[in-house]
Design a protein around this ligand. Sequence first.
Ligand code: ADP
Ligand code: ZN
Length: 594
Amino acid sequence: MKKQEILQNYFGHSSFRPLQEEVVDAIVAGEDVLMILPTGGGKSLCYQLPTLLMEGVTVVISPLLALMHDQVVALRANGIAAAMLSSMQDMEESREIEQQLRAGEIKLLYVAPERLKNSYFFNLLHELPLNFFVVDEAHCVSEWGHEFREDYRKLSLLKETFATTPIAAFTATATHAVEQDIASQLQLETPKRVRGSLFRENLMIGVQHRIKDGRAQLMSFLGAHEGESGIIYTLSRKSTEAIAGYLRSRGVEARAYHAGLPTEEKNSTFADFVADRVQIVVATIAFGMGIDKSNIRFVVHMTLPKTLENFYQEIGRAGRDGLEAETLLLFSAADIVQQKSFIDDLPESPYKAHAYNKLEQMVRFANSEACRHQAIASYFDDRIEACGTRCDNCSMPESSKIDITDAARKLLSAIYRTQQRFGLHYVIDVLRGSREQRILENGHDALSVYGIGETYSKAQWLTIGDRLLELGAVTIGEFKVYCLTPSGTEILKGSKKVDLKEERLSIRKTVKKKEDFSADYDTERFEKLRLLRTEMAQAQGVPPYIIFSDKTLKDMSVKLPQSKEAMLEVHGIGEVKYERYGEQFLVLLRELSI
Ligand code: ADP
Ligand code: ZN
C-alpha cells in the first residue's frame, strides 16, 4: 500500500498536514528526525504511518501511561497492531505481548522510559527486528527544558546500544537551546529537523490582572463557555477544591483534581473528563499532560505559571481539534512573589538563576501589551506577524491607558509615611480612612494621607499597587512589607508618570462579603491563642498581626485544627505561614482541645 492509501484507510485523513509528509519520508528513508510541532499539529501520525510502510516493529518511548493506553486503544480501533508494556500489564499479558512481538505481529510497541533500565527488556529488544525508535515528549531529556525527567537521561543508551536504529524525536515545545540539547542527548546523527510554526490560530489568548481571588472574572469567562469542556489550573491542592466547590455552589458542575487525591478518584475524574461526562476540571498542573482529548474548548489559569513553556503546553491542550478555543490567564503581582519564593527555596545551582530568568520572562509576557501569539513564538525563537484578532492585545489595540500618577503618588506617600513597615492592605486601609483598631493604635489616623483615597475601592487600590510593583516602583520585603524603590521615589517627587490600561480599574467590583467571625468565636481560647501570638511576636521582634491576624485566631478558636491539613483550612493560613508558625500553635491547640 502507498502512503496515501494508508493515510486514508487507517487514519481516515484525505491529505497530509503541512510537514507531516516530510517527516514520514525521512523516517522511511532511515534518517534520524527531530520534529517540533505544536500540540494538536498531528505528530503521532508522523511515526504511526511510516511503520506501516516498513518491515519490523517501532518502539515508542512516552512518559505517560494514561496517554500510551489511549493511543494503543485508538490505534487498535483503526486496525493497527499496537501494544504497550508497562506496570499496567500483568505477567500473563506481558508474556503474550512478548510472543506477539517475536512473531512479528506488533507494529508499534509503547513503553515508559523506565523500561530501558530493565535488562530483560533490553535483551528482548535485541532479538526484535526494530525499524526505528520514537521518543515522544522529547523535551523531557533536556535539563534546560521545563519538564526534565531523570528516566529520560537514560535515552542516550539507545544510540549507544542500537547504533544503526534511527530515532525520531518529537516535542511541542523547544527553544533552539533545548532543541540542540535533545539532539545531543539522544546522540542523533545530523537529524532531519522539522519545526512547525507555533502559531495556534484557533486559540484566542487572553490575559487579565486578577481582581482579588479572580472568581468574578472566572464566572464571567465561563458564562461565554456554557456546557463546554475545559480545564481550570490553579496552584495549590487546597484551591482546586475551593474553586470546584465554589463553581458547584454557583450551579457549574466541576471536579477537583490534584496529586493528593486517592488514585481511584483521580482516575475516574480523568476518565469522566475524557469521556465528556464531566465538563470542567479544576486542577493543579498534575492534570492534563499528554491528555488525548481534542474538544477541550477552554483553559483558564487562575495564577501565573512558572514558565512560558508551561503556559504554552497547558493552553495547548485546548482546541486540539483545530476548532475555536479560548484561554484566559489571571495573575497578580502576588503570584510573582510566590513563584519567586518557590525558587528562593531551591538549592543553589545554575538552574536557579535559569528559573528566575524564566519566571521573569513569564511575567514580562503577562504584563506585555504586545501580541500574545507573537510573544510566545518569539520566546521559542520563532518569528510571526501579530495575530491581529486572536489575542486580547491585538483585538483591543487602542486599549486606552489612563494616567494614574496622582493615585500612585498617594499610595507611595502612604507607604512612605507608614515607615515602609506594612503590607499593601494596611496601607490602603489607611488611605481609605479605615477605623480599624490597629490603625488607630498606631496613630496612623493622624497622618496626612489618612482618608485621602476614598475615591477608589480597595480592589482598585490593590490594582494600583500591582501596577507599581510591575513597574518596579515598589518592592515587597519580608512579611509582605511594601517599600519604595528609587523609581518609586521619582514618581513620588512628581518627576515620573504612571499609566495603566483603563479596563484594569473598571472591571466590575466584586462585592466583598464581610466574613464575620466575631459573632461565634471562643473568647477564652482566643485569649490563649493571642497570648501565644504576643510571646512569639516579642521573641521575633515583629508586630503580632504579622504572625496571624485576629480573624485567623478567631477562626482557629472555633475550628481547633489538630493537623497541618486542618490548619490550612483556617482563614488566612497558607503553606508559608504554616511553615513559619503552624507547629507552635498546634501544640497549644492540642492542649486546648482536651
Ligand atoms: P499532537 O501529537 O501533535 O499533539 P495528534 O497527533 O494528537 O497531535 O493530532 C491531533 C489531531 O489532528 C488528531 O485529532 C488527529 O486525528 C488530527 N490529524 C492528524 N493528522 C491529520 C491529517 N493529516 N488530517 C486531518 N487530521 C489530522
Ligand atoms: Zn495578537
